[in-house]
Design a protein around this ligand. Sequence first.
Ligand SMILES: [Zn+2]
Length: 439
Amino acid sequence: MKLTRVCLLAIACCLPFAASSNDAPLNPTAAPARPKNVVIMIGDGMGAAYTSAYRFYKDNPETEEIEQTVFDRLLVGMASTYPASVSGYVTDSAAAATALSTGFKSYNGAISVDVNKRPLPTLLERAKKLGLSTGVAVTCQVNHATPAAFLSHDESRRNYDAIAASYINTDADLILGGGQKYFPEPLRQQFIAKGYQVLTDFTELAGLTQPKALGLFADVQLPWSMDEPEAHKLSNMTSKALALLSQNTQGFVLLVEGSQIDWAGHDNDVAAAMGEMDEFAHSIEIVEQFVRSHPDTLLVVTADHNTGGFSIGANDKYEWHPEVLRQLKSSPDEMAASAIAVEQWREPLATSLGFAIDDELFSKLERARMQGKKALATAIKHEIDLRTNTGWTTGGHTGVDVQVFAAGPGSELFIGSQDNTDIANKIISLLPKPKKDVK
Ligand SMILES: [Zn+2]
């Protein structure tokens, strides 16, 4: 392991920049060997089944070919995700984010501390020390495991209040996502006293013209993307972060997370998962465009782990039917809430689902509805799984490798097989070197 890391660092330092023909548009020859800006994007829980399913979900059935997605365009390698041996082979988001942020494996639940609970320097802390601007833009609460492991240190991801309070000391230039409930008024005042603008209304984001800002756009997580299809919140936060952080002529490091791909996976909700994938894909395309116009920017996209054991095809049948998903008007959670709120729910629910509810399905859903919203949402998801022929093996994570996608200067370093800690070490090796003390 140690040898691998040393080798990779050596490669990172020595490898001259060379654009290959198929990624030439994103790697113009004028691009520098070392990036000025780094954008790391994490699709939480986004195993390879999610990117494949997304390709079929977005396929135009009118054409013979299956159109490529941004993921197909940017794919360069794979990464293993296992945590420190004390936690076995299947990682949680905290240990995985610690690996991606610090280059060290730790136990499940660790927020950028080692197995002995000692703090490890994070990518954003290193960048800050070098004079770069830093930011995070996520769709979960900003103090959730992934952003937390890039911004702070805690022995447990569950210490939400302590993690939120610790952000006052990070000096991060942008912190955008959900989580109002973890930032009580006195804490918000501390941020304001430190020069932060504190936003809670998403419409205020457009008017933001300079860092620093703490944007908390929901009590906890942001709504499912498919329930507000015009909002494009992650895309908007991403483009605003690029515009504001690039005001620093020294460069910046930005973390963007499609946080709720994982939450949909935990819920075994293929509909919400595709909605979150779509919004994450849009956000990647925005950064891809930024890399084209700013060839000094490195983009690295990966997942922290796979969630749900999602399978495209199930029950011994060689079929998957994304057209069912394209008809849906809202998430199963939203459909269940609406159906509970009214007496005559059969027709409105059929409209939301995009298919008729026959008597057999009606009585099944009616029984679930009497048990409450959660049971009804589960019954709706089950019906969608049957019609799409989607499979799930768990409500948790699985230990398969995840994909790595990259563009821009240094992207060659991410080609092939690697460990999640290697991703961090490669990015760290590409940061500017600290200036020597002048005496
Ligand atoms: Zn998870």
